[in-house]
Design a binder for this molecule. Structure first.
Ligand SMILES: [Zn+2]
Length: 215
């Protein structure tokens, strides 16, 4: 059965009892025996941390968070930059963390800036792909506010890249998603990138990844 909530309905979120069983099984698979005393409470702590914090975003509805809007009198670009977030990569269940920069060009409605931060939090505290998270932020703004355009750029370091695989420490993945006028106006995109401090491309720069434009 799908656990996904209908729009506007609050999801029940992850199943604590199943997470507890899974944590026990996972630890049994690791097979650590010398630390038995320390491990006694670990499954419960793991289940609580995942349910209560790490993937708590499944219990939140970003559209509901963004639903309290006010009429817009100005139509200048609204930018919220440097929103810190921590998410979990769906492929390895390891964290990726960084900052999100979000902008929109208002149509008829404005939303409180803290609501944008909370929406990013709700979408990031789930199993995620960085590209998908970036797109979901833009889509949520589009659905909730019907702005003239929306943009999101995320820079993140992925633990799955630094502790396994390529073992590249300190490299960041950059993803961008655009909708509406941000998709059609290179000048607006450039202004967004300037306001959110996108570093100029330098040879040997630690910034890695792809900037995707959707037009
Ligand atoms: Zn990964």
């Amino acid at each position: 059965m799908s656990r996904r909530a209908r729009p506007g309905q609050r999801a029940r979120g992850p199943d604590g009892a199943q997470l507890l069983r899974a944590a026990r099984l996972f630890l049994a698979g690791i097979g650590e025996t010398e630390l038995a005393r320390d491990l006694r409470g670990t499954p419960a702590r793991v289940a609580q941390a995942w349910r209560g914090e790490i993937v708590s975003g499944y219990r939140a509805d970003p559209l509901r968070i963004l639903s309290k809007t006010i009429p817009a009198r100005e139509h200048d670009m609204v930018v919220v930059r440097d929103i810190p977030f921590i998410s979990v990569c769906v492929h390895h269940l390891l964290p990726f963390h960084g900052t999100a920069h979000v902008a929109y060009l208002p149509g008829d409605r404005l939303v409180g800036l803290s609501k944008i931060t909370r929406a990013v939090d709700a979408l990031s505290r789930r199993l995620q792909l960085q590209e998908r998270l970036t797109r979901q932020v833009v889509d949520a703004l589009g659905t909730a506010l019907h702005p003239l355009g929306a943009a999101c750029r995320i820079e993140a370091e992925h633990l799955c890249m630094s502790i396994r695989g390529a073992r590249v420490k300190g490299s960041r993945v950059v993803t961008s998603a655009y909708a509406g006028v941000f998709g059609t106006s290179p000048a607006l995109r450039a202004e967004f990138l300037r306001l959110t401090g996108a570093p100029a491309r330098r040879p040997g720069s630690a910034v890695a990844g792809v900037i995707k434009y959707r037009t």
